[in-house]
Write a protein that binds this ligand. Structure first.
Ligand SMILES: [Ca+2]
Ligand SMILES: [Ca+2]
Length: 328
């Protein structure tokens, strides 16, 4: 009775159904798709629905793009940092361009991260600790910051705890954290909360992309932020941006087809302590972010396994979508 045909990206599905004669909107968390369908034509067999489906990102709830009004991942036009990744002397140098100073309260800020279960304490101030690779220190050189920002490095954390030493937070495993973007102390939100001083945090995001693409990454941070993607450093800025959702720079970055690993470090001395990151709307329509539904470390590795092992989602015209899957 049912017929379907997949036409084009993101995912366009024609479904022939008897009994539907109105605009329908349904979400399919089980299949991680969010579809909007409308009647295309009627014929003797029934009604043809045309459905446009996008990946459903639970991780940036402000940007499930089929919902009206959710198009606030704009980035500044023509004012991006380009030419990355950073090399040599650029690695620890602040951007030379003037900061944008753009408040973006409605941007699709990422809220869920995979992160150390503890913070690096007594850092001596971010200006001192920011130059030290605390991942190398905490893993006895099993990992480094750039290595952790790779699929192989991330997989090693399944069996590698961090040990920063008694004076700096001791030993910790890894966990899923969820932050509140507009909380001006969200660096410590999952580590006791409140306004803490003199510590460093790390957070990891896996981005599953359907193809190689240029994306625009925007951050808000207090204080020193450093971001690596796929083993390369793409952002270094030791100056706070001036507000929990206030962006200094939009940065062009490259994502590969399949699973991309992003490592976001932030260092704090005193006062506000926050870290936030969002991507542009176009990227958000194409990619999926992890952690998504996972609440635990093990759950996270279950959901990222496919992306990390290079099994990217198939091109849209080959996606094995069936009507029975969509209905779930
Ligand atoms: Ca603080
Ligand atoms: Ca601060």
């Amino acid at each position: 009775m049912f017929q379907f045909k997949i036409i084009q990206a993101p995912i366009l599905v024609l479904v022939c159904v008897i009994g539907f004669s109105f605009l329908v909107h349904f979400s399919t968390h089980a299949q991680d798709l969010d579809c909007v369908c409308k009647e295309k034509e009627k014929n003797e067999n029934g009604i043809v629905l045309e459905c446009v489906c996008n990946p459903l990102n639970d991780n940036n709830p402000g940007n499930n793009v089929n919902k009206p009004g959710n198009n606030q991942g704009q980035v500044a036009k023509g004012k991006r940092l380009t030419g990355g990744p950073l090399k040599g002397a650029q690695l620890l140098k602040d951007p030379g361009a003037a900061p944008l100073e753009q408040d973006r309260p409605g941007a699709p800020w990422i809220t869920k991260w995979y992160a150390p279960a503890g913070i690096y304490t007594n850092n001596g101030g971010f200006q001192q600790s920011g130059r030290i690779d605390l991942i190398e220190k905490g893993t006895n050189k099993k990992l480094t910051q750039p290595k952790l920002a790779t699929a192989a490095g991330l997989l090693k954390t399944q069996n590698t705890k961090l040990n920063w030493g008694k004076k700096n937070g001791g030993t910790c495993d890894w966990k899923i954290i969820e932050i509140t973007p507009n909380n001006g102390n969200n660096m410590g939100e999952n580590y006791g909360g409140g306004d803490q001083s003199n510590f460093d945090t790390y957070a990891i995001l896996v981005i599953q992309a359907p193809s190689k693409l240029k994306a625009v990454m925007s951050t808000a941070h207090d204080d020193w932020a450093q971001v690596w993607i796929n083993g390369e450093k793409w952002y270094n800025n030791s100056k706070w941006t001036g507000g929990a959702v206030k962006v200094s720079y939009d940065v062009e970055v490259e994502l590969n087809r399949g699973g991309n690993v992003l490592l976001y470090r932030c260092g704090e001395s005193g006062g506000s302590d926050y870290f936030n990151l969002h991507f542009d709307d176009i990227t958000n329509r194409k990619v999926k972010y992890y952690p998504n539904n996972a609440k635990t470390k093990n759950g996270f590795f279950v959901e990222v396994n496919r992306a990390l092992r290079g099994l990217a989602i198939e091109p849209a015209d080959k996606l094995p979508v069936t009507w029975s899957e969509i209905k779930q």
